[in-house]
Design a protein around this ligand. Sequence first.
Ligand code: SF4
Length: 413
Amino acid sequence: MTTFSHSRIETFRRCPRQYYYRYVARVKLPEVPEQIATFFGSRCHDALEWLYDRVMKGAVPTRKQVLAEFNRVWDDNWLDDIVIREDGMTPKRYRTLGEKCVGDYYDAHHPFDDSTTIGLEKQVRFPLDADAGITMMGYIDRLAKEADGTWHIHDYKTNKGLPTQADKDADPQLAYYEIGLRQMWPDSVNRVELHWHFLRFGETITSTRTPEQLEELRHDALTTIGDALGRGKDEDAFEPIETPLCNYCDYQSICPVKKHEVTVNGLPANRYRNEPGVKLVNRWAELKAAKAELAEQEAAIDVEIGEIQEALVEYADAENVSVVVGDEYEATIKHDEKTMFPRKGYEPEEHAELERRLVESPFWDRVSSMDAARLRTLWKQPEALDPKLRKLLKQFVWSEDDTKSSLRRRRGH
Ligand code: SF4
């Protein structure tokens, strides 16, 4: 029997290598200080769990009592090494924010009689595919049932951002729990609502799923699980996927994507500069920058050459000469005309019209694989051109100035 959770499935989807470290190799992580965001979220959950525990026992606590409980669990669990990453935030501000989240929730839901709470931090465990021995497991923050028989799966969120309705309609986590509820209480569970409470915003997003959507979810989850299990235990089978989330990954020091960065970031400045990998990458970057600079210079030179060519053509025309000499080189100017047909990128409508007419004509076989250059070649061989095709092409052909200039070394210089 293999047990999966929403987070295990999502870990594999986001980064198979992280999944490998966590669930296959079970890499032991060093103890690290807790992040304030995690601490803050846990204390809000604690306070709401305490609140509903009292409600379940028939004693609705006052707002003041719930906030006192929030502050009690905050103080009891606080550790001075808790990490705050957010600019401008302090433990005091987080505590005040927590009081607001819990207080606003209290105000919005008091007297908490819209449904009967069935369980808090309720474990849901059910076979996702009994034949394959795949079990799904998770915890529901609050499971409740309305008087009309509707089941409610509640989840508290303390995220900094408020997702959209579409985001939550596509969120699989609570829908997995719905699959579980329907299996755990098949005779009782009919209608199920999924509720996400975004405590920072005082907003609740509600979603429901159709039987087809639940079946699709189960199918997708089993496909992902099959993929994960099918890769065995070989680390190389679990490719790392680099995303901005790597910066928060617990396995940066062993993952090939972040390991070098983590290693050299810990070096003193002189050792960092001489680290072979750092040196090679820096040199490559220098060469790339130098190449880009040369390309810029080359582009500027090409512009100037173009201007000189134009000036030379003007000069040659004015002086009625076809060769203009310099010290070691001389320039030749030769006027010619280039046959043109509509080009897809420049004359799209005419090009489409010509193509349509050719397709309808009996000559399509001869030109269908031809581009403008081949049409030009054909046009220049009147003896080989069918008169009817010539007549057709004549309606589209035109001439453009095709003056070329080139540089050659003067003889004897
Ligand atoms: S650092 Fe990034 S690529 Fe490596 S395991 Fe973590 S999430 Fe995956």
